[in-house]
Write a protein of this length. Structure first.
Length: 350
């Protein structure tokens, strides 16, 4: 049964989050299998790429193709490995650290059309003007250029200069564009968030601290929009897996994320059903709750020294390597036993 039979204009809103976009793909698969449809698509950053593919072909076949694509993408396909080039760009007063050559090639190979207007469902792609601080919404023109603009992480990838604007990643201003969907006339807004890191694991290095900062900032904006729009539209947040221990750059974990997200969304649809859930959705970055977390300022504990961090990192890598060796050894031994058994059976038969 088509779940849009009540004639409400339904928008699917896909969020930004790098490799965490795999979560949105897994959740989308569950919704499509439950015959839940959209009337318009809105996407930010990686969400714009997911949205662009689905808007062109809003079918389960498209989602399955996306699932396979996630399994093929490597980190090097998005983020070039050349440290020298990155340092050179920064040292020469460049506006970015990495080239988008590989990302542009990847997108152009996977998007089978030229213009935004070519999609079956209306598509809207979110960007941010780094000069004025305004949100920009691409609704026509070249799909590749719109996607490159929306996915242009500030400082990492070059900003796109067009229409007298300097455009970077839409997630800087509107990572989960509920407000845009509302302005476009959506009466039911289905949001695909990326989740949050585990709250029982401390970030171990500067990269993990920066990643958490970006993820929490994005979820903070989502929490505000939930409060602002929950009484104005039928707002449905598709719950992501609990506490995602994956960085936005770790594309090698995409299959795991899709599996977890698909399972979580299926469970939610079967137990709670496809209905407004803004009142019950647990958002850890919500500052609009009645609770205030009062804390006494005291002398802080000394931070972990660099030597200790290095030692812990070496120990962790050693343990991971040992597990890999043990697993490989078990496979080899199992294979040898099978071959030995096969040889004995062959001797008996001979």
């Amino acid at each position: 049964m088509n779940k849009n039979t009540n004639s409400r204009i339904t928008a699917f809103v896909f969020s930004g989050g790098g490799s965490l976009g795999a979560i949105e793909t897994g959740a989308l698969k569950a919704l499509v299998e439950h015959d839940i449809h959209a009337d318009l698509i809105i996407g930010t950053s990686i969400g714009s790429i997911i949205g662009a593919m689905f808007a062109y072909n809003p079918t389960i076949e498209c989602v399955q193709n996306m699932e396979m694509l996630w399994g093929e993408i490597k980190t090097r396909d998005v983020f070039p490995k050349s440290l020298f080039t990155s340092l050179l760009n920064l040292a020469t007063s460049s506006q970015y650290a990495l080239s988008t050559k590989k990302l542009r090639k990847l997108i152009s190979e996977k998007i089978p059309y030229t213009k935004i207007e070519d999609t079956e469902l209306p598509l809207y792609i979110i960007g941010s003007d780094i000069i004025t601080g305004e949100e920009v919404v691409f609704n026509k023109g070249l799909i590749l250029e719109a996607l490159m603009s929306s996915a242009g992480v500030p400082g990492i990838f070059p900003p796109q200069h067009m229409n007298k604007r300097m455009i970077v990643d839409g997630g800087m201003l509107n990572n989960s564009a509920i407000s845009t969907a509302f302005k476009l006339g959506a009466e039911r807004i289905v949001v695909f968030p990326i989740g949050v890191p585990p709250n029982d694991v401390k970030p171990k290095n500067i990269m993990e601290i920066l990643i958490r900062s970006v993820v929490f900032h994005s979820n903070r904006q989502l929490a505000s929009d939930i409060h602002l729009y929950k009484d104005k539209v039928e707002l449905i947040i598709v719950p992501p897996p609990d506490q995602i221990d994956v960085g936005p750059h770790e594309f090698f974990k995409s299959k795991l994320l899709i599996k977890q997200a698909y399972s979580k969304a299926n469970e939610w649809l079967k137990t709670e059903g496809f209905s407004p859930n803004a009142e019950t959705y647990q958002q850890p970055c919500d500052v609009h709750t009645a609770q205030i977390n009062f804390v006494e300022a005291i002398i802080p504990k000394p931070g972990t020294t660099t030597i200790t961090l290095l030692s812990e990192n070496i120990k962790e890598r050693k343990e991971t390597l040992q597990k890999t060796i043990d697993k490989t050894t078990d496979k080899i031994q199992t294979s040898l036993r099978k071959k030995k058994k096969g040889m004995k059976e062959k001797e008996v038969n001979d």
